[in-house]
Design a binder for this molecule. Structure first.
Ligand code: NAD
Length: 421
């Protein structure tokens, strides 16, 4: 079975609930609270028509899930991918709840997705799909209720169309309804790089604790989109050598290091990283298993499983992606002493700067990039340190520690609010 087949056979919602159960057990969570937090608050499924360029009408399926609203409005990205399922969106929404709690920003968790391969659509069709999907989920979204953002295969342009559609229906401009917008429409400086920047802040902290000198360290990265390609650039700026990267078409390896700017230019021209001059083509599975100090999964869920965890050589895994590691693999990696920086901490830079963007929008303000990055660093380093301290105190891995921190915060908020009616 290939990594893709293994990944497809594992249900992310079951993984998310199992991770939650582990934390709930350790916290001896009240059984009623446990039942509440174990399920999403709202799940919306929509089937909506789009007129295609050839005049035909296609019907697409999309989802918006709100897992928890205890600490604030729902927050989470919109994914366009042919393999999106309701269970995947539920898992991603639950992970958003914990992520916002780990970094202590006042949001609950949400997520959305449309079952579509946008690479097969024209720009006009993607715009029409986005505008109609936004209209369909308008019963849930709003700047005080639920605020989408970019995720896999969506970007600032898609956010601009969402914001415009929502604003047209309100009759006035509502920049705070989505984040990850273009700067000219109320987007924040530093948002595009924020997920990767937060990941790299975490790697720097981990390297410090483990005595790894980043200037001598090697890095492999799976996924070469927003999170992966920018993480590659920023790791390079830390002095590390990026030896392998991959995208959905496969990977490349050069043990002496890849010139990341040239790889980005190559991918732009050829729509793949493969064939890059001076590098060897490898598979997506191999990129996870190359000799390196730091491995950054930045693609999709269930990439590191019980089947390949034993073949991973990295000392540190920094989860820029959501849900790349299964609980069985976690156990194996912890046993082998691999230092895991879990997704709900490691990629929280994205939602943190989304929060900054929303605050700026609500205040009709605009901060400089240096202010954004300084505030982001503060939050990431503090959250890393809090998680690390729990992992030491509880003698547990970093994922369990991050869950203990997050679930306790959400549980406290939920029980303080009490049960309505
Ligand atoms: P993106 O669409 O910009 O990039 C995704 C990349 O993954 C592409 O390079 C694609 O080719 C690659 N990919 C897809 N399937 C793959 C496979 N099987 N093997 C290897 N590569 C594959 O998306 P993104 O925004 O960079 O998101 C990547 C991950 O980061 C997702 O898990 C997402 O949920 C997570 N994340 C993103 C943000 C954000 O702000 N964009 C924030 C937090 C977490």
């Amino acid at each position: 079975m290939t990594t893709e087949h293994v990944a497809a056979a594992i249900n992310p919602w079951e993984v998310a609930q199992r991770q939650f159960d582990l934390a709930a057990d350790r916290l001896s969570l009240d059984p009623g609270l446990r039942r509440v937090l174990r399920e999403p608050r709202r799940e919306l499924t929509v089937h909506f028509p789009v007129k295609m360029d050839d005049g035909s009408v296609q019907v697409f399926t999309g989802y918006r899930v709100q897992h928890n609203l205890g600490r604030g409005p729902a927050k989470g990205g919109i994914r366009y991918h042919q393999d999106v399922t309701l269970d995947e969106v539920k898992a991603l929404a639950m992970w958003m709840t914990w992520k916002c709690a780990v970094v202590a920003i006042p949001y609950g968790g949400g997520k959305g997705g449309v079952v579509v391969d946008p690479k097969k659509l024209s720009a006009k069709e993607v715009e029409a799909l986005t505008r109609r999907f936004t209209t369909e989920i308008e019963v849930l979204i709003g700047p005080e209720r639920d605020i989408p953002a970019p995720d896999v295969n969506t970007n600032a342009q898609v956010m601009a169309w969402m914001m415009d559609t929502y604003s047209m229906h309100q009759g006035y401009t509502v920049p705070g309804v989505v984040t990850g917008k273009p700067i000219s429409l109320g987007g924040s400086e530093g948002r595009n790089e924020a997920t990767a920047r937060g990941t790299v802040y975490c790697v720097v902290e981990a390297a410090d604790h483990l005595g790894i000198e980043l200037r001598r360290a090697t890095v492999a990265i799976q996924g070469f989109g927003n999170a992966g390609s920018i993480a590659a650039k920023l790791m390079r700026e830390e002095g590390a050598t990026v030896v392998a990267v991959s995208d959905s078409t496969g990977g490349i390896l050069n043990a002496n290091g890849l010139d990341i700017d040239r790889v980005i230019a190559w991918k732009k021209e050829h729509a793949t990283v493969q064939g890059f001059p001076g590098a060897t083509d490898i598979t997506n599975t191999q990129v996870l298993e190359v000799e390196c100090d730091v491995l950054i999964p930045a693609a999709l869920e269930n990439q590191i499983t019980a089947r390949n965890a034993g073949r991973i050589h990295a000392r540190v895994i920094a989860e820029a992606a959501n849900g790349p590691t299964t609980p069985d693999a976690d156990e194996e990696l912890y046993r082998r002493g691999v230092f895991m920086i879990p997704d709900i901490l490691c990629n929280a830079g994205g939602v943190t700067v989304s929060y900054f963007e929303w605050v700026q929008d609500l205040n009709r303000d605009h901060w400089s990039e240096s202010i954004v990055n300084a505030k982001l660093k503060d939050i990431m380093v503090r959250s890393f340190d809090e998680t690390f301290a729990i992992s030491k105190r509880e003698q547990c891995d970093m994922r369990t520690a991050a869950y203990l921190l997050a679930v306790e915060r959400v549980a406290n908020a939920t029980s303080m609010r009490g049960l309505y009616p």
